[in-house]
Design a protein around this ligand. Structure first.
Ligand code: B12
Ligand code: SF4
Length: 510
């Protein structure tokens, strides 16, 4: 029986649901993107029975349970990108084990790969280490060929005599050598559930990796401070696969346009020519590109950014501003300055780009720092359209995590610091201020930054949504109440208690 299942059962690539804390603070109301990791991995697997399931989509959980019963899968591969969704990922594994004990269950993605110990007791067989392209494809081939579960597949942590250990490393496929992403495996009906604000959206990647070394980020640890770029044909393929009604596209590169001159000439420049001359004119509706980048890179590559903004549909940039003083930027190892941040924000805004500024609030911020944040926000009110704030969180795989763990071992204990605690809305490192006052200041910067106004532009946008993508209206109407949650200190404080109890709330011994 098991042999049959492993040789013939479907291969399910699953995106878990989003945890309740992230939902409470409204992220899914603002944006929800296609499951890029699953689509990329599916493209590398040579098998006709690959199915992608996105459990963030209403009613897909029911379909998943039915599928488990009606055709037991050979393999269930769960992508855990965000540590905060760890409980949802483990619950999927438990359901699979219960309904289909023969199925091989693997977990991968940054959340699992950088914190494997948190999943050692889960109902899983293997945990993927970093890139899964070659490792997962090879595991699928071996299940189909042998019909048995391998002991220690390359690229995975596995159990050996009750102990978990990393097996041999898998071959790494260069990004430009990947097979095209399998958009044809994504059910057509899913596309209505992917949006960025007012617009149905797609998502892709031109590159991955970053040469910088910010303390709160795991990207440079995972990719070894190297930048790899995708093949031009694959990026075009991603864009060609978009349904006609899609009106936004997010390049999910760690730092968009971060590449060598020869990489830029081989990918970014010819892509712009194709997008401007052929692809955009061929689309029924206008489309916004969104990218995420550094301010210093934006200024260095001003001519290229300008060309994309003028001709290539680049309408929205998320800038990693992070801090409002040079000292704090140094503390994060951001290797830039407040003046550089300001100059880039102003320039992008002058060009008519929709500017999002992302800030990381240090847990040891004092009142003076929050005052400085408020001053910065006021001074840039005319040039920043939206500000996002996260609290500096020691995420597994970052320097911050390693440092914090040396001081507070309970950080690694998920019965104390739970998975949803890593949703970046509460402090996991000691605060300098009284916690209630700290959260009041966090709520204050949200109040200062994002004033919701029902002006003409908002009404115009609502009318366009009603006309072109009416299914997004309920989401958009929920946005103001979610944004309101972010302006209340009490929401942060009660969430803190929910995700890590009284930890860090009680005064420390002198
Ligand atoms: C694009 C992006 C976003 C986008 C969209 C993300 C999305 N998918 O919905 C936006 C801007 C919305 C976003 C938001 C946030 N993000 Co973000 N984001 C990214 C970014 C830059 C790329 C992610 C991506 O899609 N990569 C492309 C895919 C193909 O690569 P991949 O996921 O690494 O997959 C590979 C391997 O991991 C592996 N793999 C993946 N799944 C599986 C499964 C199996 C079985 C196997 C074997 C292997 C495997 O193989 C894949 C191919 O090689 C990453 C940085 C990074 N490089 O990972 C941060 C990152 C994922 N984000 C991060 C964070 C913290 C956030 C926020 C919490 C920040 C915030 N509060 O604003 C939010 C949370 C959003 C949420 N839904 O909960 C952290 C997560 C760290 C963590 N451990 O939790 C990251 C890693 C950046 C960092 N700071 O270190 N993000
Ligand atoms: S935060 Fe941005 S600039 Fe810093 S290491 Fe991560 S990806 Fe690079």
């Amino acid at each position: 029986m098991a042999q049959n299942v492993l040789k013939q059962g479907p291969i399910l690539l699953v995106e878990p649901d989003i945890n309740q804390i992230t939902r409470r603070f409204g992220l899914p109301a603002v944006a929800n993107y296609p499951p890029l990791a699953a689509v990329r991995l599916a493209g590398q697997i040579d098998d006709s029975r690959v199915v992608i399931l996105d459990l963030r989509i209403p009613r897909e959980r029911k379909r998943f349970d039915e599928l488990l019963r009606s055709s037991p899968p050979a393999l269930v591969a769960i992508s855990l990108t965000f540590t905060s969704n760890g409980d949802e990922a483990m619950a999927i594994a438990t359901a699979v084990r219960r309904h289909s004990p023969e199925t091989v269950i693997v977990m991968g993605g940054t959340g699992a790969s950088e914190d494997p110990a948190s999943f050692f007791d889960a109902d899983i067989d293997f945990i993927g280490f970093r890139h899964g392209d070659a490792a997962l494809a090879a595991l699928c081939t071996s299940l189909r060929r042998d019909g048995t579960r391998p002991d220690s597949p390359a690229g995975f942590y596995s159990r050996k005599q009750g102990q978990w250990a990393l097996g041999p490393l898998a071959e790494e496929i260069a990004m430009d050598a990947l097979l095209p992403y399998a958009w044809d495996r994504l059910p057509r009906s899913y596309w209505r559930h992917y949006y960025q604000g007012y617009r149905p959206t797609g998502m892709g990647q031109m590159s991955e990796g970053c040469p910088f070394d910010c303390t709160f980020c795991s990207v440079w640890k995972v990719h070894g401070r190297r930048v790899n770029v995708a093949a031009l044909d694959n990026v075009k393929h991603d864009l060609r696969c978009l349904p006609e009604f899609i009106r936004a596209y997010f390049f999910a590169d760690d730092i968009w346009m971060q590449a060598t001159e020869s990489q830029l000439q081989a990918l970014h420049d010819p892509l712009l020519e194709w997008v401007a001359a052929e692809w955009l004119p061929s689309r029924r509706h206008e489309l916004w590109f969104t990218t995420e980048t550094r301010t210093d890179l934006f200024l260095r590559q001003e001519a290229r950014f300008r060309a994309w903004a003028d001709r290539g549909g680049l309408q929205r940039i998320l800038f990693g501003v992070e801090a409002v003083t040079d000292d704090q930027l140094d503390e994060y190892s951001k290797r830039t300055t407040v003046d550089v941040n300001s100059e880039a924000l102003r320039k992008a805004s002058e060009w008519g780009v929709f500017v999002t500024a992302q800030f990381v609030i240090p847990c040891d911020a004092d009142r003076a720092y929050f005052d400085e944040m408020a001053r910065f926000l006021e001074a840039h009110r005319g040039v920043i359209n939206v500000s996002n704030f996260t609290i500096a969180t020691p995420l597994p795989g970052t320097e911050l995590y390693e440092d914090e763990l040396r001081r507070h071992a309970d950080l690694a204990d998920r019965s104390v610091v739970t998975h949803p605690a890593f949703s970046l809305f509460t402090a996991l490192s000691p605060m300098k201020m009284e916690p209630a006052e700290f959260y009041e200041q966090v709520a204050r910067v949200h109040r200062v930054a994002n004033r919701f106004e029902l002006d003409w532009t908002a009404l115009e946008n609502l009318a366009i949504v009603a006309l072109r993508s009416p299914w997004l209206l309920p989401n958009i109407l929920r946005m103001p109440s979610h944004l309101k949650e972010l302006t209340r200190a009490e929401t942060f404080l009660s969430t803190h208690r929910e995700v890590q109890g009284e930890r860090l709330l009680t005064p420390r011994p002198a």
